[in-house]
Design a protein around this ligand. Structure first.
Ligand SMILES: C[S@@+](CC[C@H](N)C(=O)[O-])C[C@H]1O[C@@H](n2cnc3c(N)ncnc32)[C@H](O)[C@@H]1O
Ligand SMILES: [Zn+2]
Length: 328
């Protein structure tokens, strides 16, 4: 809501409005010129309309349909209308609906996508990863971030089919769901696409353009995941604007989440301290400070409370952890 308010969204398409929890928030907080709603279940739509009218929200800009979004978006394309904001909140994976959502978004418009398909995105469903997201995943312990990057890749891939590009504004991982905001851009390109590799010997993560490369730290064999989104997850300039709106609205929890994103380093992947089998886990803050003193980038990540994001290779990180745990 904060994002749509900051971006001054005027035309909005909700593909799966359900009982209207979001619909009501959008109508209340935005100055919409067109609020286009679709939902496949007639009973929910009745409920939604009842709530909407009961709340005295402006219904002259409301346009509702009850049909399968897979049919609805094609009809919408025929009208020639495109939207500032397309909201995709299906059950499970959004993959079947991406082409439709991108087709009805304005160039420079935004898609707000939810995925509750965390089982596949965590790399635990072999076969469904490539079928739904086009990515060969692995069940690494860093599955939260890996899933986010696979989801972004699938949106990029759908946009690429349509000769378009997407730029992530943020992705928020809630454990049971991902919320992803991307901007739709006009010209397709492959910036941000690559492979994420993990060294089988030292455990260091790396990024490469094509096939999994040898480890640049120890020369060991790597195992790779991809093709996947290896670019930025957060558009900081825009998030700063969202944060100001959140603070003005008194939405402190939202501002707190945005602060986390604003301070997270861009380095792909992170290392959970629990993976180092330490007899005593040092404070994350102290580890980060030490790495920064050594000239590495380091910071916390939203994907794991005990995860450190750093460009330091694992042997260096191990030394730091050792030095911090071996002295009283
Ligand atoms: C997670 S709920 C949406 C919740 C809603 N955004 C809210 O804030 O209340 C998903 C909705 O998608 C609808 N749905 C599922 N598949 C659909 C399809 N192919 N076309 C249209 N609606 C669909 C379901 O009926 C359900 O109401
Ligand atoms: Zn290595």
């Amino acid at each position: 809501m904060v994002a749509a308010k900051f971006l001054k969204v005027e035309t909005l398409f909700e593909a799966f409005a359900g009982g209207g929890a979001r619909t009501l928030l959008y109508a209340k907080h935005l100055s919409l010129k067109l609020h286009r709603i679709n939902e496949g279940n007639r009973v929910f739509v009745c409920e939604l309309l009842y709530e909407y009218l009961n709340a005295n929200l402006p219904d002259d800009r409301l346009k509702i349909t009850v049909e399968d979004f897979l049919r609805c978006w094609k009809r919408e394309v025929c009208t020639g209308r495109t939207y500032d904001w397309v909201d995709l909140d299906p059950f499970g994976s959004p993959s079947p609906f991406l082409i439709g959502a991108i087709s009805i978004a304005k160039p420079g418009g935004h898609l707000y996508i939810t995925s509750t398909d965390t089982a596949t995105l965590s790399g635990r469903r072999r076969g469904d990863d490539i079928r739904l997201y086009g990515v060969f995943l692995r069940p690494w312990e860093t599955y939260g971030e890996l899933g986010a990057r696979a989801l972004i890749y699938s949106v990029w891939n759908a946009a690429n089919h349509l000769n378009r590009h997407i730029a992530p504004v943020f992705v928020f991982y809630e454990g049971y769901a991902y919320r992803l905001l991307v901007r739709v851009e006009e010209k397709r390109n492959t910036n941000g696409i690559g492979y994420i590799n993990r060294c089988k010997t030292c455990g260091t993560y790396s990024v490469s353009q094509r096939n999994p490369a040898k480890c640049g730290v120890c020369g060991g064999e790597t195992e790779g995941v991809g093709p996947i989104w290896v670019g930025r997850l957060y558009e900081r300039e825009t998030l700063q604007g969202f944060k100001e709106v959140a603070l003005k609205m008194g939405w402190k929890d939202v501002a707190k989440v945005l602060t986390k994103m604003l301070t997270e380093p861009d380095t792909p992947m992170y290392y959970p301290l629990s993976g180092f089998r330490l007899h005593r886990t040092p404070s994350l803050k102290v580890v980060i400070k030490k790495l920064e003193e050594m000239g590495y980038s380091a910071g916390k990540t939203q994907f794991s409370p005990q995860g450190v994001k750093t460009d330091a290779p694992v042997p260096v990180l191990k030394e730091v952890l050792h030095s911090l745990t071996s002295h009283p």
